[in-house]
Design a protein around this ligand. Sequence first.
Ligand code: CP3
Length: 345
Amino acid sequence: MTTVLNDSPFVRACRGLDVPHTPVWFMRQAGRSLPEYRKIREGIGMLDSCRRPDLVTEITLQPVRRHNVDAAILFSDIVVPIAAAGIDLDIVPGTGPVVAEPVRTPAGIERLRQITPDDVGFVAESVRLLVKELGGTPLIGFAGAPFTLASYLIEGGPSRTYLKTKAMMYGEPALWNALLSRLADITLTFLRTQIDAGVSAVQLFDSWAGALSEADYREHVLPHSSRVLAGLAGAGVPRIHFGVGTAVLLEAMGEAGADVVGVDWRTPLDRATKVIGPSKAVQGNLDPAVLFAGREVVEREARRVLEQGRAAPGHVFNLGHGVMPETDPDALTRLVAFVHETSAR
Ligand code: CP3
């Protein structure tokens, strides 16, 4: 059974094929910007909601119904497979993932066991339900990349400086590589489970890789992300790779092996394409803050992003990072319609 929606504008743009209009979806489109999301989540913890296929299905569909986006993204979180691997953690509202006992020793890595598809059976079940409900709209699966996951495990929570993460990376390379290698194995299983259940594309989020220099990224991170992306090469779905603050990393992130490179709002897409090369599509990259500046500004900036995106063989319109919780959902709905109209060919 193949469920990959190869003819959808989203999958075609990922592959650099011609499209009837530039496809658009938003990172964090399912979430707190939507009143119907805040309502359904009342009294239910984030991780608990990720483990309930009925809730995952409803929350994933909410932005598709509302905004007419060209793709859905599975409602989950990057730490879901880490919790399934045996790490005691919680997602704290307003803070993010918090790990009870940070992982900083060989014994810590032992606690992080490799997962089997059964450990994340609720994710496979959610994907199967969603593929049925979504019809012609492709579903994007995702995972956190080894570096971004390691930063939560080593710091014990979100960080601004990544001091403990970098201390291990520079000072204990064997331990570092063992941890990132285990995380790459978990991530591969997690993504393969989603692909087997029917997602049409996957996105590997290395959200915090922008904390690194290019040399350090190449030496300590790229080999592990490459192994994940290479492991999915024959799976028949486009692979998207995204990070924030990655202007100096775009060339290396492209080399990591994805089909599409996600670009934050700091780097214009035409410049990004020059660096990444003509064989990959790009995704992005309207500044999420522009949505707070009024309709004319949104349209002017969206037009600029569309024009700069034409430099690449394929362009998936998105924000340069996730939707801010305070965003007016109607501004997102209007933006989708504007992108579709303006890019129609
Ligand atoms: O719509 C979508 O994009 C799908 C859902 C999604 C969530 N998390 C839901 C979520 C996705 C793709 C993620 C990935 C994720 N999680 C990343 C990578 C993407 C990025 O933003 O760079 C990261 C770094 C995390 C870790 C994480 N989880 C953070 C930083 C937070 C926010 C903390 C906060 O409260 O501000 C979370 C929690 C989280 N994940 C929420 C949602 C909707 C908010 C929790 C809630 O609604 O109660």
